[in-house]
Design a protein around this ligand. Structure first.
Ligand SMILES: [Zn+2]
Ligand SMILES: [Zn+2]
Length: 274
């Protein structure tokens, strides 16, 4: 059995104030067919008007259109009735840490995922911004990315850091491993010190890079430091729930993990893998 700790329902046939349970049930049905018995539901914080001042750049601010209350009313309606945990995927912007803390305090989340989608106004996974990858060196991009990731982990705001090597998404040039390994190592040390989990996110297999996040080298370092890991499909459509979890299990096992954590409605749980 699995717990898919990162699914989005935002592409569903709903308006934000009318999230239909039938859309949720499609996610649950596909999940069950792949051995997923619980879902961690998240939406991007950048959908919500209350988050507009916390995000960098026009791209994100233009998407903050819906009241948070619509989403939390949906979560309140399904909590306790479905095998799901109520969460949020929050962009971490170091300069806005206190505002983010206040925003997260608006609701009693079961878990919050910390994400670095933006380096200032550069959206790492925004397809129309791919040109930014060629305006700076790979070393500059990846150094800033892990600097922000470490600060996200150290903030104490998050249960896990999502898709933890996102700048590889398009398969563009990366820094060499001898440059990346010290960055990975420092990041892993912060995770180990703070007890924040690393997310194994299979969505990378659906993106141009065709790799699970994170790279096996980072995952091995995390295993050696006894960092917890959680599983995530990052599904935005029902058909992707639990997709490639067999591959994720194999990757985690090869890295040295024997246990996968999840953030459920009753707190953190663990699944043994072999
Ligand atoms: Zn994300
Ligand atoms: Zn996501």
């Amino acid at each position: 059995m699995w717990f898919d700790n990162h699914v989005h329902m935002e592409h569903g046939p709903y308006t934000p104030l009318e999230y239909p349970v039938s859309w949720l049930e499609q996610f649950l049905d596909v999940g069950r067919s792949r051995g997923v018995t619980g879902l961690g539901i998240v939406e991007h914080a950048y959908r919500f008007t209350e988050a507009a001042g916390l995000l960098p750049g026009e791209w994100a601010r233009q998407r903050c259109r819906y009241p948070l209350a619509g989403y939390t009313a949906f979560l309140d309606a399904i909590r306790g009735s479905y095998p799901m945990a109520a969460g949020l995927e929050m962009d971490f912007v170091p300069a806005n840490e206190e505002g983010i803390r206040a925003f997260l305090g608006r609701y009693s989340w079961d878990f919050v995922l910390g994400s670095i989608h933006f380096l200032d106004d550069f959206g790492l996974d925004v397809s129309e911004m791919q040109g930014h990858y060629f305006q700076r060196t790979p070393e500059e991009i990846w150094t800033q990315y892990y600097d922000y990731s470490m600060r996200a982990a150290a903030s104490g705001l998050f249960q896990a850091i999502t898709h933890p090597d996102l700048p590889k998404i398009y398969g563009f040039e990366k820094p060499p491993e001898e440059f990346l390994i010290p960055l990975y190592q420092r990041f892993v040390e912060v995770l180990a010190d703070t007890g924040v989990a690393l997310e194994i996110n299979t969505a990378g297999l659906r993106r141009p890079v065709k790799e699970i996040y994170p790279h096996p080298t980072l995952l091995s370092l995390a295993a050696q430091s006894h960092v917890a890991v959680s599983f995530a499909s990052d599904a935005h459509e029902p058909e992707n729930v639990g997709l490639y979890f067999v591959e994720a299990q194999q990757l985690a096992h090869e890295a040295g993990f024997r246990e996968i954590s999840f953030f459920g409605p009753q707190g953190t749980g663990h699944i043994t893998i072999s």
